[in-house]
Design a protein. Structure first.
Length: 575
């Protein structure tokens, strides 16, 4: 990506990874030097110099920079970034949101790394604690059923009505002809004019009308109606995007950055969508039928405007008409949160409390996954490989082992699964007293089952066979790896292992593991967490409940709730 600072007007010009040129402008203000310094910082944040690689991320930093400039403009500030004071930044950050504070910190740091002219008090503030703390435990909650229904119904209605009007306008354009030659400014002719020459405004036609004022007013209204029906307007793009997010569950950044080259048709009604997810780079998704039908309708709806757009804009999926005051323009930048909030007000969309509906596209993604999970667990009427087959036929066709080797492999899998279920059902072995007598007296069945001799019992009680959260009766037993080799299982696997014996000395590590599960719960989707950590999180609580509360109270101060306390691999860390 390449980026440069624009000076008249002040802004930024950059080229995205797919080769499309973009621009963003700063508002006119009494502090142009500050606006220019912030744009210089933004250039340094864009790849390959910095971490910004998507159009939406750049737009968010632009929005934060505009808010800072307008905020200081109202307070009479006229300098640049080198003239900022600690008071200026405190006033702005105390009135701003977390995301604006974070983005301004990045912009000022990037500018200071290039120039070194940021005042020391402000530099220390950019590196210090944030004024707007973001609580990592506050995950986005799904919308309620009523809210979700209202949102989808509104988007459905908007899309349906707009597409109907679009089809009628295209039909009118086919019936009409050029009104500038005949002087007939009927609706059909106005639709023909716009379909062939792009979004036309009344101001651009005013000099050729040659009609009375009353007629001109009628033409002006009909022209605006034809333009709105033929070409996607910002209001309609929001409805399409929200509905597509509800159908696909794609991250907001991925939806914003879609292009026509990202749509890969794999059949007459099947589509593979490639999109960019900020945290994990490029991903693919096989779209549902509803999402494919919506994209088909959008491509048809936007086709007239796309055919008239400049070559560099035709590849962008979400385009819209932004013609104003006699100029023709095709807008391709992302829809801002301000536009979405205005869309909510125009349509009178309310939440369950009667307040304006809080449309948050990440929350739409959360609701999508919540509904999908419920369908999986609470059940579709039948879950089969082929809906044309009964479960019995599918079992015979797809699950029957054909050869003796396959049959032995299937039997081994079944035995392993059954053994795993039995181990999970067994109560944990927890020592109430750390002595050999207590182990022999209270758990004779454990000694018999594990075939422990006196030496092994002494080592278990004395801590010589300790692993992270328990004492292991035999690390070479091969329950979770090759027999005769040290057990390769992760620390939490010991919680469900029949060879594990828990003693009060393990309480601190058990509490550390419980805190680790809590951190994973905050960052993972519920279905993912339950599949990976669910049984272990339930067992650690069961084990800790067996300990004396005094033991847990003494161990609690040793827990710092940090990844460094556990032997984790890089991919398992939560920070």
């Amino acid at each position: 990506m390449t980026a440069t600072v624009l000076h008249d007007p002040i802004g930024i010009a950059y080229t995205t990874v797919d080769g499309v040129g973009r621009q963003g402008q700063m508002p006119a203000s009494d502090c142009p030097d500050l606006a220019q310094d912030l744009m210089a910082g933004l250039v340094n944040l864009i790849h390959p110099h910095g971490r910004l690689t998507t159009r939406s991320a750049i737009d968010k930093h632009l929005i934060s920079a505009r808010r800072l400039v307008l905020f200081l403009h109202t307070r009479g500030f006229t300098g640049g970034a080198g003239d900022l004071s600690r008071t200026d930044m405190i006033e702005f950050w105390m009135s701003a949101q977390y995301v604006d504070e974070r983005n301004i910190r990045f912009l000022l740091k990037a500018w200071d790394e290039e120039t070194g002219r940021l005042p020391l008090p402000v530099r220390l503030m950019t590196e210090g604690r944030t004024f707007n703390q973001r609580d990592p435990s506050e995950a986005f909650a799904p919308y309620s059923e009523a809210e979700w229904s209202r949102l989808l119904d509104l988007c459905h209605r908007n899309v349906r009505e707009a597409f109907t009007a679009h089809a009628e306008a295209l039909a009118a354009a086919r019936r009409g002809h050029d009104p500038r030659e005949s002087g007939d400014w009927s609706t059909d002719n106005l639709c023909w004019l716009q379909a062939h020459h792009g979004p036309v405004t009344f101001r651009s036609l005013k000099f050729v009308l040659g009609v009375r004022q009353k007629t001109a007013l009628v033409v002006r209204r009909q022209l605006a109606e034809a333009r709105t029906a033929l070409f996607p307007q910002p209001d309609m793009v929001i409805s399409y995007q929200l509905l597509f997010g509800a159908y696909s569950g794609i991250v907001p950044d991925g939806i914003d950055g879609l292009g026509l080259t990202d749509l890969d048709w794999t059949g007459d009604s099947e589509m593979l969508l490639n999109y960019v997810k900020g945290r994990t780079s490029r991903e693919s998704l096989n779209l549902s039928r509803k999402a494919v039908r919506l994209l088909e309708r959008w491509l048809e709806h936007s086709a007239p405007l796309r055919s008239l757009a400049p070559d560099e804009d035709r590849g962008v999926l979400w385009i819209r008409d932004s013609s104003t005051h006699g100029g023709n323009a095709v807008e391709t930048t992302r829809m801002t949160d301000i536009s979405v909030r205005a869309w909510v007000r125009r349509h009178g969309l309310l939440d369950d409390s009667g307040a304006p509906f809080p449309v948050h596209r990440q929350r739409i993604r959360t609701t999508f996954h919540s509904h999908r999970d419920r369908r999986t667990w609470a059940g579709s009427p039948r879950v089969t490989i082929d809906p044309n087959h009964t479960p019995a036929v599918e079992g015979d066709h797809y699950l029957t082992a054909a050869t003796p080797a396959q049959q032995r492999a299937v039997q081994a899998l079944i035995e392993e699964a059954q053994g795993d279920l039995l181990r999970r059902a067994q109560a944990p072995t927890v020592l109430s007293e750390e002595d050999t007598v207590a182990l022999a007296r209270d758990y004779p069945q454990v000694i018999a089952q594990l075939k422990l001799d006196d030496t092994a019992i002494d080592e278990l009680v004395g801590g010589e066979r300790d692993v992270f959260v328990a004492a292991c009766a035999d690390q070479l037993a091969g329950l979770h790896g090759p027999k005769g080799k040290p057990c390769p299982a992760r620390p939490w696997v010991c919680l469900l292992c029949p060879l594990a014996v828990f003693a009060p000395r393990h309480a601190a590590n058990l509490l550390r593991l419980k805190a680790f599960f809590a951190r994973q719960w905050r960052q993972l989707p519920a279905d993912h967490f339950m599949a990976v950590f669910g049984p272990y999180a339930q067992r650690v609580t069961q084990v800790l409940d067996c300990f004396d509360p005094a033991v847990l109270a003494a161990a609690a101060p040793q827990v710092a709730d940090a990844d460094e306390e556990l032997p984790l691999r890089p991919e398992e860390r939560t920070a």
